[in-house]
Write a protein that binds this ligand. Structure first.
Ligand code: 8YV
Length: 307
């Protein structure tokens, strides 16, 4: 039988430079959209941001595994997968540190206006005037919405800044931080409100007009989770009216097409959904995704199953 007939068929819905496409092509018959042979597809490889449209799941009658290159699985119909006994894997842990790093960097950048200060120095404006005073970070108060792997890693980093940490989660955890389960009360407590929660129907717009009002004119919002966790329209209103001090965002409703209302805002720091985007981490994510695929096709236990 020709070798190609022996290579399992997978559908790739994304591709990243560090997926090691050579390794994938050597091991699988890799299909891409438009779907030409849905019956042959046994596994789908996709990214955390892209997920898998339900119509593709429904079109592949022999689909057994969705291997996500990323930690979020909100863009996949979990009930459809459960009904079809389709397993899902993701790539947790290997990207936790990078996401926590970027959240800290975004906090410093928005509070100390680091991008604007660079422009001030680079443009020559500094020859005419000193850069204005900014917001102190160390010793401030942080609220973390979502205390999973990334939230806990972030809290560890913030501890080094002498920051008073409180958090909201589905339930209290054995952690040395204040538990404030109500998002509005947490926002009222915080100088920096971080959103790290997985996006679920229950967390949709968990940050809304009331949360932002509670965060107040000295408060900053930092979102490295999913745009769905924040009411973006209410956030834009709050930024434009200076109801909050600022926001640092790595995710947007219609990314990569960012709402143009963000562009002129000096109190908004905009990042291109790159929290996990370092060479080392993306290589590790690619390896873990491939290891989950290999485990599936070898009938071995999956390394990081979600479902
Ligand atoms: C992915 C993401 O890491 O991990 C996630 O869920 O949101 C993304 O940052 C990236 O898109 C690679 O899939």
């Amino acid at each position: 039988m020709p070798h190609a007939m022996l290579k399992p068929h997978i559908l790739q819905l994304s591709s990243y430079p560090d997926w090691d496409q050579t390794a994938l092509d050597a091991t699988y018959t890799c299909h891409h959209l438009p779907l030409s042979a849905p019956d042959l597809i046994e596994a789908i490889a996709t990214s955390g941001g892209a997920g898998v449209p339900s119509e593709i799941i429904k079109a592949c009658p022999n689909l057994k595994l969705i291997a996500i290159y990323g930690v979020g699985y909100d863009n996949i119909d979990l009930s459809l997968c459960a009904e079809r006994h389709i397993q899902i894997t993701n790539t947790p842990d290997v990207l936790t540190g990078d996401c926590a790093d970027l959240a800290v960097g975004m906090m410093l950048a928005i509070a100390r206006q680091i991008p604007s200060a660079d422009h001030h120095a680079r443009s020559g404006a500094w020859t005419r005037t000193s850069f204005p005073l900014q917001r102190r970070v160390w010793g401030a108060k942080a609220g973390i919405l979502g205390m999973g792997r990334i939230g806990q890693e972030l809290a560890t980093r913030l501890t080094g800044f002498g920051i008073d940490i409180a958090y909201a989660a589905r339930s209290e955890k054995p952690l040395p931080y204040k538990y404030i389960p109500d998002p509005i009360a947490l926002a009222a407590h915080a100088d920096f409100l971080f959103v790290t929660a997985a996006a679920t129907p229950e967390t949709r717009h968990i940050v809304n007009a009331a949360t932002l009002k509670a965060l107040g004119p000295d408060g900053y919002l930092i979102n490295i989770s999913r745009a769905a966790n924040v009411d973006e329209s209410a956030l834009l209103d709050a930024l434009e009216s200076h109801q909050i001090a600022g926001a640092a965002l790595d995710v947007f409703d219609a990314e990569p097409h960012i709402n143009p209302r963000f562009a002129p805002l000096p109190n908004a720091l905009l990042q291109p959904h790159h929290a996990s985007a370092t060479h080392a981490t993306r290589r590790a994510m690619g390896q873990l995704m491939r290891d989950n695929l290999a485990a599936h096709f070898a009938n071995r236990p999956l390394l990081t199953p979600v479902l």
